[in-house]
Design a protein around this ligand. Structure first.
Ligand code: B12
Length: 161
């Protein structure tokens, strides 16, 4: 009896996103959001916050000039499913390197890592930039000016919502 209950509970837990979607409830997936490094570009960050919040996600917005450690501490404290990093001023490669390793050290090695903005300066194609960031451990890499809706679709797919 107890085993069946546990099994039923496990099945419900597994099916929960489906039930919630059918009921029109978007689960409170927690997103840690911020602009990394010494970057002060604030407008896109606000737009992302509003878009994700309106879609039903809980956003922990760290704003601008966020260090890797601040992203990780916020993700651990809030039990976040994803860290969304923005970098607009061209130093993204330097600022983001090592973030996945630091997540592993903090015990959140499997957390989703998304990054977007104007990630680099110079003449590299987006395909080259995407490869660099994927090799750094980012799950999704976005080109300049991408709309939040694109990330929302990816997030729902990656989390099975
Ligand atoms: C306004 C602005 C500034 C203002 C910022 C004021 C503020 N507090 O916000 C000031 C004057 C301070 C500034 C300074 C600098 N800036 Co400036 N700035 C801009 C400008 C004109 C607009 C930025 C903006 O608000 N865009 C509107 C928002 C809505 O778009 P967004 O930020 O791109 O965000 C959207 C998407 O990219 C996406 N997105 C962003 N991040 C992420 C993350 C994820 C996960 C996802 C899914 C999506 C996503 O979603 C957002 C909403 O759709 C851009 C040029 C431009 N037209 O974009 C240059 C620009 C970003 N700046 C640039 C530069 C170089 C600088 C400086 C280094 C200049 C200097 N030499 O001092 C400094 C850096 C200062 C610093 N330490 O950060 C360059 C960056 C070049 C690059 N990376 O290739 C740009 C592109 C100008 C250019 N064409 O050269 N800047």
């Amino acid at each position: 009896m107890i085993v069946s209950c546990i099994n039923l509970y496990a099945v419900f837990d597994w099916e929960k996103p489906w039930f919630q979607k059918e009921a029109g409830i978007v689960p409170q997936t927690i997103i840690v959001l911020g602009v990394i490094g010494a970057d002060v570009h604030a407008v896109g960050n606000k737009i992302l916050d509003v878009a994700f919040s309106q879609h039903g996600f809980k956003v922990v917005n760290l704003g601008v000039m966020v260090s890797q450690e601040e992203f990780i501490n916020a993700a651990v404290e809030s039990n976040a499913s994803v860290i969304m990093v923005s970098s607009l001023y061209g130093h993204g490669e330097m600022d983001c390197r090592g973030l996945r390793e630091k997540c592993r050290e903090a015990g959140i090695g499997d957390i989703l890592l998304y990054v977007g903005g104007n990630l680099v300066v110079g003449k590299r194609t987006f395909a080259e930039v995407e490869k660099i960031f994927q090799e750094m451990g980012f799950d999704r890499v976005y080109p300049p000016g991408v709309l939040p809706d694109v990330a929302i679709v990816d997030l729902e797919r990656d989390l099975g919502l």
